[in-house]
Write a protein that binds this ligand. Structure first.
Ligand code: FAD
Length: 317
């Protein structure tokens, strides 16, 4: 079922969902299930599965380093299929512009359609690890809005190089990313919101936000989005702080601000177990206020560990 249908069906009750990251190559999928199992009692209508960018590795060959390209966490679409049929849940693959030609994207989408996946999340992807800026793959898309356009075309039977008239077209519901503290490359929040509107006008059905730790940022973002005519659901993304290093890493990677009182609470912790507890309590307070304000879904970034998400969900659902 489409995310937008789940939201309609819930009649104003806030839903629970979360995002997972595929395991590293060579791992057993059972570990992933072990992390998901404790969260299923909160009846997530959908689970997102990220896609990771490819990266370079260097292999020594006769004294020389040979540069090869590899993907450390492949398997997004396969994992989505396994979750859908194991848990009877809608699993949402993240589809990226970065690292994929339009043709490769078309084949990924066809796989998703055959597997009965009703939703896809359309993202540009970040720059590769060695790159300072995102660079478009040869024959790929520069911006997520172009990817949304490709998916919408496919929904109408317009393949890249053929138009196929058939009643069996895909009908993907499309999610896109939004940034309450603006995307790091954007000159301003207003400019970024205009870009978000382009994605929605091109056919995105809902927005999932980047993590934020101050609900005011989310409320402000939603208000500004509504003021420029973005009417689709805007799902808040929540990440509980889990280790002290997050104080540096999260602002560095995602270019977001942490509230002063959260920073102080984390700094006062003497070990990461205490930090984890602070993160849980902070996310519970955030979640309660967001539910009070009637958000459609609370979407948690699980980063492969579910004990803290379970503690938060137990307190608020
Ligand atoms: P876009 O919407 O294309 O925007 C990128 C930048 O370009 C923005 O600054 C925007 O303002 C600007 N822009 C857009 N259109 C134009 C235009 N026409 N002209 C000029 N500027 C423009 N990354 C992954 O690698 N894998 C994942 O699975 C993944 N999942 C994510 C899930 C969520 C909910 C979120 C919020 C992010 C996720 N990301 C993921 C990260 C995302 O790929 C990065 O934040 C990326 O840098 C931007 O992606 P986007 O889809 O928002 O890009």
């Amino acid at each position: 079922m489409k995310v937008t249908e789940h939201i309609k069906k819930s009649k104003g009750k806030t839903l629970f969902s979360f995002e997972i990251i595929p395991p590293q190559k060579g791992q057993n999928i059972q570990e992933l299930y072990n992390n998901i199992n404790p969260l299923m009692e909160f009846k997530p209508p959908f689970i997102d599965v990220t896609t990771s960018r490819e990266e370079y590795i260097y292999i020594e060959k006769q004294g020389l380093l040979d540069r090869k390209i590899t993907r450390m966490r492949p398997g997004t679409v396969g994992i989505c299929a396994s979750l859908k049929y194991k848990y009877n849940v809608d699993a949402i693959p993240h589809v990226l512009c970065g690292g994929f030609t339009k043709e490769e994207t078309e084949y990924v989408l066809i796989d998703c359609h055959y597997l009965g996946l009703d939703n896809v999340m359309a993202l540009r992807g970040d720059a590769m690890k060695h790159e300072k800026y995102f660079s478009v793959a040869e024959g790929g898309h520069q911006y997520a809005s172009e990817l949304v356009s490709q998916i919408q075309n496919l929904n109408k039977g317009k393949y890249l190089h053929e138009i196929i008239e058939t009643p069996y077209n895909s009908d993907f519901c499309i999610g896109v990313a939004g940034y309450p503290e603006k995307h790091m490359e954007s000159p301003s929040l207003e400019s970024d919101l205009r870009r978000l509107k382009e994605k929605v006008d091109t056919g995105a059905d809902y927005v999932v936000t980047q993590m934020f730790f101050d609900n005011k940022k989310y409320f402000n973002f939603v208000e500004k989005a509504r003021n420029i005519g973005i009417t689709v659901p805007i799902i808040p993304g929540i990440k509980p702080i889990a280790v002290k290093r997050h104080l540096q890493i999260l602002p560095q990677i995602f270019k977001l601000d942490l509230p002063e009182s959260l920073i102080k609470e984390v700094e006062n912790c003497s070990n990461n177990q205490q930090v984890r507890q602070v993160g849980i309590e902070w996310a519970i307070q955030q979640s309660k206020e967001l539910i009070e304000q009637g958000v459609p879904v609370l979407h948690f970034y699980s980063m492969g560990k579910s004990d803290n998400i379970k503690a938060i969900a137990s307190a608020v659902f």
